[in-house]
Design a protein around this ligand. Structure first.
Ligand code: FAD
Length: 269
């Protein structure tokens, strides 16, 4: 709604409400813009659903929904899906699972904007993929048998294909694709997968910082290198008077920050 109350939140935590809202928005708004899915697009969508169903670190109705969708999509004998059908299943299983109309629910917490139209979905999509890289690092066997386990950096590759194919901000998609083409193939370990996404996100933050009219620059959440010294003092070092990141400490911080035990269920859908 337009007059939602401000929800208090802690910037050192990750809120499941944001992750759930990301998935709802993705299915209901972003994918609904496509009439049908076939061939390569359908494959990108299936891989995304599989990734989330396998790696989403906590339970809840949204994961059940992704699992249901994943089973259903993988069992499909056809190569073309009418999105109306997916939406039908989405609405019905959603209702069945949680007893509510999931359709109406979007609840941003850590991704709240100080005004409507700021932050929200793009913030939550970054957050979701950070969580998935960290979970893949913590529990790689979760992808066994999914068809994704053969890729060197499956979370990044699925993200790359999703963003390129479906992300509503086309300019963002072009930037991300450029970065991916330049260096994603060099990522061969799960640690590097976590750090690559962190580094890429900071490149975007730096590019957007102070810039005029970026997609959703919120004065309450200004763009800056992350994590701040306040959030992670050990991540920052100085070498010959120049700021450098301590990558080992950044990795440890990311594992903690985006790890399952730092997910806060408050305001969850
Ligand atoms: P976001 O940048 O969305 O970050 C969300 C949260 O993640 C932050 O609040 C913080 O808690 C955490 N975080 C911040 N930095 C990092 C990091 N380095 N590593 C881990 N966690 C971090 N907008 C454009 O205008 N131009 C673009 O080219 C563009 N490209 C994008 C590409 C992708 C793949 C995505 C998902 C978004 C892109 N956007 C782009 C949107 C932009 O990056 C922000 O998502 C949007 O402006 C909202 O910003 P925000 O303040 O909510 O923080």
């Amino acid at each position: 709604g337009t007059s939602e109350p401000w929800r208090d939140f802690d910037r050192s935590q990750v809120y499941t409400a944001d992750l759930e809202s990301a998935l709802h928005y993705l299915l209901r708004v972003e994918l609904a813009a496509h009439g049908t899915l076939e061939g390569a697009e359908l494959k990108v969508f299936k891989d995304f659903v599989t990734l989330v169903a396998k790696l989403y670190p906590v339970g809840g109705s949204v994961v059940k929904l992704m699992e249901t969708l994943s089973d259903w999509l993988l069992g499909l004998p056809v190569e073309l899906v009418l999105l109306g059908l997916i939406m039908h299943i989405y609405k019905n299983t959603g209702r069945e699972i949680s007893g509510v109309f999931l359709g109406a629910e979007l609840r941003w917490v850590g991704c709240q904007g100080s005004r409507l139209g700021l932050r929200g979905y793009p913030c939550s999509l970054w957050t979701l993929f950070h969580v998935l890289t960290v979970q893949h690092d913590a529990a790689p066997a979760a992808l066994d048998g999914s068809g994704l386990e053969g890729e060197a950096a499956p979370v990044l590759q699925v993200m790359r294909r999703y963003i390129r194919t479906f992300f509503g901000c086309k300019e963002c998609g072009r930037h991300f694709e450029q970065a991916a083409a330049a260096s994603m193939d060099q990522v061969t370990s799960r640690e590097d997968e976590v750090l690559w996404l962190w580094n890429q996100h900071n490149r975007v933050n730096t590019r957007l910082a102070g810039g005029p009219g970026s997609l959703s620059d919120d004065p309450v959440s200004p763009k800056a290198p992350w994590p701040s010294p306040a959030l992670c003092p050990a991540c920052h070092e100085e070498s010959n008077g120049v700021h450098v990141w301590n990558h080992a400490n950044v990795l440890a911080f990311l594992r903690r920050h985006y790890g399952a035990s730092n997910l806060n269920p408050r305001y969850s859908l």
